[in-house]
Design a protein around this ligand. Structure first.
Ligand code: PLP
Length: 396
């Protein structure tokens, strides 16, 4: 393994050479069923023909254009997201963290432009993850990502996840600009915020003139069976939403979706990005959306999610000493374990199934949205056998 790489990751020794659909192939030709998809990134699997075509066609025409020129693919994609969601305006970025940065800046600037210059605090929740930029780690609800990186920035406060009283107490403060929340916490353990909590949060924000920001970087892009997760609910639309990962299907891109009202502080020169919204990303982003919005695509995601739920629940029933909960929604799922899930993840990789982990004790599954019922049964069987082997090993 290269010593020339900054050692902030601990990659597995497997070397993948190519991917096709839900399968990855290593340099020895071994096939793996990919149930983590780059952590919810390869939403349409690997080398999806429509995405390959869109990228190749665009690559032969125009790679980069500054945002000082009109980018037709960007205009089209922004309008499509506006038509499909609560949003009126879209700002494109290269990553999730940048979409979070844009969201925070838009929220603060909204109040500033209204003369409420003290309203700058972003409230967020323990366990949350909002990316690795300086604002992202300060907004995030996990101390470990801030350790050693200097003083905590002012203007951020973390509330205990699920503590409604703490939220009611904090949101009335005149310095609060916005509440930032993942409707399904990813890194924090694949936890879905109950519907009535998001609806209550929406009401509280409106009542106190505070903006509501959703971080759907991980749970958006069709992953839970709607284009964006909050679209399962009525009366819970945000003012601002950060998206990334799956909306680019593996090509780096993010987006900040915002209502006209929340965007009212943004004007020419106030924010920007060299690469965000560039022609290559926009070509792929449009192609991803074409597939996700095809008739029946999200219905199939929901149906296959049902098969996954049944399979995971059956594992919980069969191995209560190892699995104590099935969490998440759609194709973003967690198996809450009674022990560190890392050894299980390694065993599964040896058996040809790639999964992730989240929090301290959750095995995380985020397969491409194109998985079939058969793929799901194969994955559940592999986990079943690995859990069975753990029980047998413990008894011997
Ligand atoms: N927000 C959430 C919920 C995420 O899961 C992530 C990445 O895992 C981010 C933000 C940051 O996205 P990126 O790594 O693209 O900057």
């Amino acid at each position: 393994m290269s010593t020339a790489i900054l050692p902030v990751y601990g990659p597995s020794p497997i070397v993948f050479e190519r991917g096709e659909g839900v399968r990855l192939y290593d340099d020895a030709g071994k096939s793996y069923l990919d149930f983590i998809a780059g952590i919810a990134v390869n939403s349409l699997g690997h080398a999806h023909p429509s995405l390959v075509k869109a990228l190749n066609e665009q690559a032969g025409k125009l790679w980069h254009l500054s945002n000082m020129y009109r980018i037709s693919g960007q205009e089209r994609l922004a309008q499509r997201y506006a038509d499909l969601t609560f949003a009126d305006k879209v700002f494109f970025t290269n990553s999730g963290a940048e979409a979070i940065e844009a969201s925070i800046k838009i929220a603060r600037r909204y109040h500033w432009a209204k003369g409420e210059t003290e309203r700058a605090t972003i409230l967020s929740f323990t366990g949350s993850f909002h990316g690795r930029t300086y604002a992202g780690i300060n907004a995030g609800g996990q101390d470990k990502y801030r350790e050693g990186f200097g003083p905590r920035l002012p203007g951020f406060a973390t509330l205990p996840y699920g503590d409604h009283e703490a939220l009611r107490g904090a949101i009335v403060e005149p310095h609060v600009a916005a509440v930032l929340i993942e409707p399904v916490q990813g890194e924090g353990g694949v936890r879905e915020v109950p519907q009535q909590c998001l609806q209550g949060l929406r009401e509280l924000c409106t009542e106190h003139g505070v903006l509501l920001i959703y971080d759907e970087v991980q749970c958006g892009a069709g992953r839970t069976g709607q284009l964006f997760h909050h679209q399962w609910m009525t009366g819970a639309d945000p003012d601002i939403l950060a998206a990334a990962k799956g909306i680019g299907g593996g090509f780096p891109m993010g987006a900040c979706l915002v209502t006209d009202e929340a965007a009212s502080g943004m004007a020419k020169g106030v924010h920007g990005s060299t690469f965000g919204g560039g022609p290559l990303a926009m070509a792929v982003g449009n192609a991803v959306l074409d597939v996700i919005m095809e008739d029946g695509f999200l219905e199939t995601v929901r149906r296959v999610s049902g098969t996954l739920t049944q399979g995971l629940e059956s594992l919980k029933d069969r191995y209560p000493e190892l699995v104590v909960g099935v969490t998440g929604r759609g194709l973003l799922r967690g198996l809450r374990m009674t022990r560190d899930p890392l050894p299980l993840r390694a065993t599964l990789a040896e058996r040809g199934l790639l999964v992730g982990t989240a929090g301290d004790n959750v095995l995380r599954l985020a397969p491409p949205l194109i998985v079939t019922d058969d793929d799901v049964r194969e994955a559940v069987d592999a986990i079943d056998q690995a859990l069975n082997a753990m029980i047998t090993a413990a008894g011997s």
